[in-house]
Design a protein. Structure first.
Length: 407
């Protein structure tokens, strides 16, 4: 008889309609992913050889020269930065995060400077803000321009950091056009840019040298997994700085991904050693990636839209609440429900309603991404069908408690 591990630990299960968020455990893995990880756990393998196999499959899915499995997108960004700074120099690998003696500047547009940029700095890089934030703040229409990148170039520049989203993507061709002829790697943070499925190949096709995806969100893989894909030499450097390198130089067999002729010595443990990917995460991520590539997106989104319509009907008419379906074509990802709350009529605002839902039994989470404008978003990305009815009931109860009765 299976024992519920969360019940045994006294941890409550939650209804997650906020999306595949790390703080809520990321994706809910499919049975075949779970089964693949369990089987992988039952054998010993050479992790370098396993990452070679992963590289082949990631390259096929992304159009990149090579790829590797990381322990999340943030780890992928740190490894990408370390690869751009150290390349194939074992002395530089050993020095990181202390990089005063070689190029360590990462150019990053001000519109891309988020809390996630800390993962770039963690490798020992110095982040150099460039450009103006007119478009990002709504103060104007201009985005990043070539001369702004060129003005920031110096011998200390190791790479360019680019945070991808639908708003910033128009700037990527400009970045590539300036950086590629000068040998400056462009690192794209695409952690949350899946779906659509086409984005797996989009960034490499546009000229990115390295691109990072989360494995534990839309891909449906282990939460502690991610993908780093791109140029073979840079991915190989990242892999060298992640692997267990407590090896005898006389007997060490480097992964096929690593061109040993370019190494002047065998590196010691690198800055990515704490980001080691286990055999279970690697196999689970590759299984999830295969499922994602083969999925019928239109069919899946149609099924989600039908469920959301049913949830909206179950919530019913409530004073001060407007519920609307936003189709996948509009979100660029999956269909969602938007719950617009008028505090004057509902007796509560978006943040108070969200707090009340999280304090319930079971706790319920909606996305607060647009809560400042009075909207909570019901994202079904990891919501199991059996949670639909309890979710609608919890929302009705929370509104009832706030005084938002039927119209």
């Amino acid at each position: 008889m299976t024992v519920d591990p969360y019940a045994r630990l006294g941890v409550r299960r939650r209804i997650n309609a906020a999306g595949a968020l790390t703080r809520l455990g990321g994706a809910v893995m499919a049975p075949e992913v779970v089964a693949a990880m369990a089987e992988a756990a039952r054998a010993s393998v050479d992790i370098g050889e396993l990452q070679d196999a992963a590289s082949t499959r990631i390259a096929a899915a992304t159009g990149a020269e090579a790829g590797m499995v990381t322990t999340g997108a943030a780890a992928g960004l740190t490894l990408a930065t370390a690869a751009a700074m150290a390349r194939f120099d074992p002395a530089r690998m050993a020095a990181l995060p202390h990089a005063d003696g070689f190029p360590r500047d990462i150019l990053i547009p001000r519109t891309h400077r988020t809390g996630y940029a800390h993962a770039l700095a963690a490798a020992g890089a110095r982040l150099i803000d460039i450009g103006h934030n007119d478009r990002g703040t709504g103060a104007g229409v201009r985005g990043l321009e070539a001369w702004e990148i060129e003005a920031a170039l110096s011998p200390l520049v190791a790479a360019f950091g680019f945070a991808a989203n639908p708003t910033t993507m128009t700037d990527l061709p400009t970045v590539v056009a300036v950086c590629r002829p000068r040998g400056i790697p462009v690192i794209v943070d695409a952690a949350a840019q899946l779906p659509p499925k086409e984005n797996l190949r989009r960034f490499i096709a546009l000229g990115a040298d390295l691109v990072v995806f989360s494995g534990g969100k839309a891909l449906g893989g282990p939460q502690a997994s991610g993908i780093l894909a791109g140029r073979r030499d840079l991915v190989a450097s990242a892999l060298l700085q992640q692997l267990d390198m407590d090896v005898s130089p006389r007997t060490w067999i480097p992964p096929r991904l690593v061109d040993g002729a370019n190494l002047r010595g065998v590196p010691h443990h690198g800055i990515g050693r704490g980001f080691k990917a286990g055999k279970e995460e690697i196999v689970g991520l590759l299984t999830a990636l295969e499922r994602f590539v083969d999925a019928d997106v239109d069919r899946d989104n149609a099924a989600l839209a039908t469920r959301l319509d049913d949830i909206a009907m179950a919530i019913g008419d409530r004073r001060g609440l407007d519920v609307s379906l936003v189709p996948a074509q509009a979100t660029g990802r999956v269909p969602v429900l938007e719950l617009s709350i008028d505090p004057a009529l509902a007796g509560t605002d978006a943040f108070d309603l969200s707090a009340r839902l999280q304090a319930g039994d079971p706790p319920v989470h909606l996305s607060e991404r647009h809560a400042t404008r009075g909207v909570l978003t019901l994202d079904p990305q990891v919501l199991p069908p059996e949670a639909d009815a309890p979710l609608a009931a919890a929302i009705r109860q929370a509104l009832q408690a706030s005084g938002a009765n039927g119209r």
